[in-house]
Design a protein. Structure first.
Length: 293
C-alpha cells in the first residue's frame, strides 16, 4: 500500500509539472482567494498564461453519441456532469470530482451551497457582483477590470476553464470591446459552453477559439441579447448536441423553438437538472427546457 501511494504521488507531481510547463495554472479547489473582485481578477490575470490551444480536447471531433440521462441527484460517475438551472443565466455545473461552478453569478440568486468557482459578465447587474462571497475560491469575471480582454486558462480540480471574449453594446449605439465572455468548461471529456450576455454574431475567429461544444447554454430573451433568429443561427453554427436555454425574460420559448425545424428535437422536462456524459449524448441535437426556464 505504501509503495502504491508513493507511485500515485509521483504521478500527481509529474502531471502537475506537465500542466505547468504547458502554460496551465493548476489551482486546487481549496485555494481560497481574496474576496475583493478587482484583487481576485488581478491575481488571476497575473498568475495565468494562455494555454496552448492544442491541448484543448474541445478542438477534437466528438466520436460517441447516445441518449441524455435524467438527473437524479445521486453521486456522479467519473464520466458524468450534472447541470442544474438556478435562475436567469445561472446554471450550476457539478463535476465528477465535486467541483461546483456557477455561471453568470450575481450573488443574490445562486445555488444554495457555495460554489467553488463563479463566472460573471457585466452587461447588467443580473450577471455579476462586485462583492463575491469570500468563501468562493475562484472568481472569474468575463471582463478585465484593468482594461483589455480577460484571459482565463485555469485548471480547477478535474475541470479546465477558458474564455472567449465578445463585445457588448454601450450607450448611443456604441460598443464596449471584450466586455462579455463565452466560458468553456472542459470536464469528463465534455465541452460545455455558456454564451453569457452575447450581443452580436460570432466571427470565424470566435468559432475557432470556442472549438467543439457538446453542451451549450444560450440566452433566449429575444432582444436584450440577440433576437431569436440571430441567436438560433449561432446555435446551429456551434452544433452542440445539447442546448440549454436560459435568460428567457418573458419571451416565448415556442417562437425560439420554431426556428429549428426537424433537425432539432425539443424536450420539456419537469426536473431542473440534467446529468450528461460524453458516451450518452443524443444523436439528434436536442433543446432541453428544464423546469424554471
Amino acid at each position: 500500500m505504501k509503495q502504491t501511494s508513493t507511485i500515485l504521488s509521483s504521478i500527481g507531481l509529474l502531471l502537475a509539472a506537465v500542466l505547468a510547463s504547458s502554460g496551465f495554472t493548476v489551482l486546487p479547489p481549496s485555494d481560497v482567494a481574496t474576496p475583493d473582485l478587482a484583487m481576485k481578477a488581478q491575481k488571476a490575470q497575473s498568475s495565468q498564461t494562455v494555454a496552448p490551444r492544442a491541448v484543448s480536447t474541445c478542438q477534437a471531433i466528438a466520436q460517441l453519441r447516445g441518449d441524455v440521462r435524467l438527473a437524479s441527484g445521486e453521486p456522479l460517475n467519473r464520466d458524468q456532469v450534472r447541470l442544474t438551472y438556478i435562475n436567469h443565466s445561472t446554471y450550476l455545473i457539478e463535476t465528477p470530482q465535486g467541483v461546483r461552478i456557477a455561471t453568470d453569478y450575481n450573488g443574490y440568486a445562486g445555488p444554495r451551497e457555495t460554489p467553488n468557482v463563479v463566472t460573471m459578465n457585466k452587461a447588467h447587474s443580473g450577471h455579476f457582483t462586485m462583492n463575491a462571497d469570500p468563501a468562493i475560491e475562484h472568481v472569474l469575471p468575463g471582463w478585465n477590470p484593468d482594461g483589455g480582454a480577460a484571459d482565463h486558462d485555469v485548471v480547477v480540480g478535474d475541470t479546465y476553464i477558458r474564455n472567449v471574449t465578445t463585445d457588448i453594446r454601450s450607450g448611443f449605439g456604441g460598443a464596449e470591446p471584450d466586455a462579455n465572455s463565452i466560458f468553456i468548461f472542459e470536464v469528463a471529456g465534455l465541452c460545455i459552453g455558456h454564451l453569457g450576455h452575447l450581443h452580436h454574431e460570432l466571427t470565424d475567429s470566435h468559432i475557432a477559439q470556442i472549438g467543439r461544444l457538446d453542451v451549450l447554454m444560450v440566452p433566449i430573451d429575444g432582444g436584450l441579447t440577440l433576437g431569436h433568429e440571430r441567436m438560433s443561427a449561432i446555435v446551429k453554427r456551434l452544433r452542440a448536441s445539447v442546448i440549454l436555454p436560459m435568460h428567457r425574460r418573458g419571451a416565448s420559448i415556442e417562437s425560439f423553438l420554431r426556428l429549428f425545424g426537424k433537425d432539432f428535437a425539443h424536450d420539456f422536462r419537469n426536473e431542473d437538472a440534467v446529468t450528461i456524459s460524453l458516451r450518452n449524448l443524443p444523436r439528434q441535437p436536442t433543446i432541453i427546457i428544464l423546469n424554471g426556464v
